[in-house]
Design a protein around this ligand. Sequence first.
Ligand SMILES: Cc1cc2nc3c(=O)[nH]c(=O)nc-3n(C[C@H](O)[C@H](O)[C@H](O)COP(=O)(O)O)c2cc1C
Length: 422
Amino acid sequence: MTLVRPVSSSVENRRRFLRYLALSPALASPLLIESSLGKAFASNWAARTFDGSDSGVESIKSADQALNVMEFEELARKALPPAHFGYLATGVDDDATVRLNHEAYQHIEIRSRRLIDVKQLDSSVELLGTKWETPIFLCPVSSMRVFDPEGEVAVARAAANKHHLQMLSTVAGTSIEDVTKARGAPVWQQLYPTNDWAITRAIIKRAEAAGSPVLVFTVDHMDNANNETQSRGSRLDDRDCSACHEKGFPGYVRGKPALEGLDISKVTALYDPSFTWDYVKRLKDATTMKVVLKGIVTREDTEIALEHGVDGIVVSNHGGRGEETLRPTIECLPEVVAAAKGKIPVLVDGGIRRGTDIFKALALGATAVGFGRPQAWGLAAFGQSGVEAVLTILRAELEKIMRQAGTPSIRHITRSFIIPGV
Ligand SMILES: Cc1cc2nc3c(=O)[nH]c(=O)nc-3n(C[C@H](O)[C@H](O)[C@H](O)COP(=O)(O)O)c2cc1C
């Protein structure tokens, strides 16, 4: 299924124009963003420069004063050193896939229905045998302690207070044991296997011992992306960073709790480019956890995943950090959902910044919807309370649009509530 439907030439022209705007790196410049057109379509990216002077967020003194998730991005940019903000914001090459991930939601309209009893809302979903209050989950984000000293522990406490599923990165700055304790419940272990099976096995066994029910194998990141925004941020940062981390790959993984005590002398990468589907089978055979693949974006791979007994899929392009495909995840979702045929859950992330984005993803068949950067924005701005505020805002926005559109529960949010491709 494609999101693009036959449209009138004026609509098509508008769409092309919007796409042009999203693709244009120049629009990331504060000057152009000052123009009204730039403001209308690129406002979320207004905070992506390192010296941005426009703001309107200075008056925000506590997390609960933020109006929306994007305001935390600007606060994070102000709070973080350039290298850390660059690491968080970066995409690949021109960052166009990052922008398109979110911008694509602007091409989906919502068809609201009226006079439906929505007094009682039920936003709960069931995911691999567990019931969650909402379909909103926290994606794995590496090295969260660069955003706040409490890092993943602060995120876990926020997830606990607000009752959300949390996925934990292999290269988190905090151990799975400490995060599980702070969460008060098991988290899903994300897996970067590395090129050494002994390390993979050790990560798996430790996650099992910590009670993680699901292993999320990330298959979309080869370690060699051209993350220019990250490099630019580092170039602008004149601090001496050697006290916290050394340059290069060995320096990056050293000190990561998931690899603590392991012989990492053979590890040269988080992902081995020689991996094939046999590796998925190997993982399935090696663990009692359910195995979910993160980073699937096509019908073909979904079908192969089903043949290999995969338990779920996260439609993801790593938030545009691994490759510049120009293909937003929301445009990938329908073909994956169609191929999954309801046999396994299909989760999605990338560019989710509004409750209406979540609504649209659910309407296109997602079982649950996640976000990466916004949790780090909240964390950098206000620590745990920032992450809680981001979760609160997104849930409130989702529930608002559920009421407005006439969908009393998640299962009521179907394809008929949206018009894609406008
Ligand atoms: C700073 C940063 C670190 C990330 N680290 C990981 C990681 O360790 N493992 C992983 O599977 N995905 C990682 N991701 C990708 C996220 O899990 C998620 O797919 C992506 O951020 C979603 O897009 P969004 O940031 O637009 O919400 C990271 C993303 C960011 C921004």
